[in-house]
Design a protein around this ligand. Structure first.
Ligand SMILES: *[C@@H]1O[C@H](CO)[C@@H](O)[C@H](O)[C@H]1NC(C)=O
Ligand SMILES: *[C@@H]1O[C@H](CO)[C@@H](O)[C@H](O)[C@H]1NC(C)=O
Ligand SMILES: *[C@@H]1O[C@H](CO)[C@@H](O)[C@H](O)[C@H]1NC(C)=O
Ligand SMILES: *[C@@H]1O[C@H](CO)[C@@H](O)[C@H](O)[C@H]1NC(C)=O
Ligand SMILES: *[C@@H]1O[C@H](CO)[C@@H](O)[C@H](O)[C@H]1NC(C)=O
Length: 400
């Protein structure tokens, strides 16, 4: 039928069909200028033509609004190199439109932030895009900093703009993430230092780390601290999956992941909204770090009990898979194991011995007290345990 149309009419038709593309052929600055409250980001684009004039073809630019920069508080303190890295982290290497993400689904998006100085993740440091059950899309970055898309899918001549309400934070090392945002992981980080494994962990790319929270170590009392170093190394290696970024939605029921402990795998069990690694429950998923991602778990994994599986009918926590040493002294009143193995940072005054804490602490909804039992005379910079971890877990579980 089309064949029978006069050429003139065809020309008109093709103009009509092509015109939406023509309308979108405006540059990034023009599109942003048409929106309120994006002046800070527009200024950054002007100042960083090196980045924005050389974008790959077909990108998505996450644009924090002015209030997002105000909320961040310390943007002025960012130096040139961290500003540039942060901008590159806001540019996704693909054009991703928000309606293409299904409710409850997540997309693991590569960004233009590459290079060992800021990212040891193959294909550029990632952002996680999750569509909430209500339909809004949330971007997740380092330190579990999240931003909600306020204005979606603004087209420009090289892709799409998503206006977000928070500045995305470039993921940092496991140690720095534990020190400043996830203080519930300091026992694990301390144990990596105690076994000289930290330097190994830092230099690897694409790791998935199952990191037990502090109370998981505390409930074992001395079992791990009294272990010889080689054996403890095996235990810690068993928590690390090398060469694989296994985000939570890829952890399939009854699948197994090879660990850095040769020949030993961990197994995944999914039951309703719960996800277990062997018998340990994931209590916070997908914490982005410079060289991969971390899932926080509520028990220490044992390479000699790789067959441990959860009793999914239990409403309480699963039993530990190590025999506690000095069983009378378990619980959160025990000082955090390996805390003293964390190196002191420059801004680290010597604290007076802490008073013996009272509260029970430890539960996910109890996050502020999970720092209970810090060893005396160690870095006070670690105070203020991961506030709101319970809420974050809640949000993740909804998103699953
Ligand atoms: C822009 O910001 C101002 C001040 O915060 C606010 O009153 C206004 O509603 C914002 N405009 C839009 C379109 O978001
Ligand atoms: C852009 O650069 C100018 C000159 O260095 C500076 O005054 C201004 O604050 C910068 N703008 C932004 C948004 O960083
Ligand atoms: C910029 O700031 C970061 C983080 O605060 C710091 O690690 C880095 O050394 C600084 N770079 C320069 C060139 O000052
Ligand atoms: C990436 O790995 C290299 C060595 O393999 C290391 O020097 C660098 O600090 C790492 N980068 C980050 C951001 O951790
Ligand atoms: C998960 O796997 C286990 C055993 O491998 C099986 O018993 C269970 O039914 C599976 N659960 C689901 C939800 O498929």
């Amino acid at each position: 039928m089309v064949l029978g149309l006069p050429t003139a009419l065809l020309a008109v038709l093709s103009t009509i069909i092509l015109s939406p593309v023509a309308v979108h052929a405006v540059d990034l600055e023009t599109v942003l200028a048409g929106q309120a409250n994006l002046t800070t980001f527009r200024g950054l684009i002007k100042n960083h033509t090196d980045i924005f004039a050389n974008l790959p073809k077909g990108v998505t630019v996450a644009v924090p609004n002015d209030n997002a920069f105000r909320k961040l508080g310390n943007w002025e303190a960012y130096n040139e190199s961290t500003v540039a890295a942060t901008l590159k982290y806001h540019i996704l290497t693909e054009t991703i439109d928000m309606p293409s993400i299904e409710k409850g689904d997540s997309v693991w998006a590569s960004t233009t932030l590459t290079g060992e100085k800021f990212s040891n993740v193959t294909g550029g440091q990632r952002l996680i895009l999750t569509k909430q059950p209500g339909g809004e899309v949330v971007f997740t970055s380092g330190f579990a900093t999240r931003g909600t898309v306020l204005v979606e899918d603004l087209p420009f001549d090289n892709g799409l703009v998503q206006v977000i309400d928070s500045v995305m934070r470039v993921p940092e090392t496991l140690e720095s993430t534990a020190r400043s945002a996830y203080t519930d992981l300091t026992a694990f980080v301390g144990a990596l230092y105690a076994t000289d494994l930290m330097s190994e962990v830092v230099k690897h790319k694409d790791l998935t780390i199952f990191a037990p929270r502090n109370t998981a170590f505390q409930q074992l009392a001395g079992a791990l601290e009294n272990m010889d170093k080689e054996k403890l190394k095996r235990v810690l290696h068993y928590h690390i999956v090398p060469g694989q970024l296994a985000h939570v939605w890829e952890l399939k029921n009854a699948s197994a992941l090879g660990t850095a402990e040769k020949g030993k795998k961990v197994s995944v069990t999914r039951h309703t909204n719960f996800i277990y690694i062997n018998s340990a429950e994931i209590i916070q998923a997908d914490i982005l770090v410079a060289n991969g991602l971390v899932h926080m778990i509520d028990n220490v994994l044992n390479p000699d009990l790789a067959g441990a599986r959860p009793d999914v009918t239990l409403t309480t926590a699963q039993a530990p898979v190590f025999t506690p040493v000095g069983a009378t002294a378990t619980g959160t009143t025990v000082p955090t194991p390996f805390a003293s193995d964390l190196p002191c940072t420059a801004s680290c005054p010597v604290a007076p011995p802490a008073a013996k804490p009272t509260g029970s602490g430890g539960g996910a909804g109890d996050a502020p007290s999970s720092n209970a039992g810090v060893a005396p005379a160690r870095c006070t910079g670690l105070a203020g345990a991961g506030v709101g971890i319970g809420l974050i877990v809640g949000a993740i579980m909804v998103a699953l």
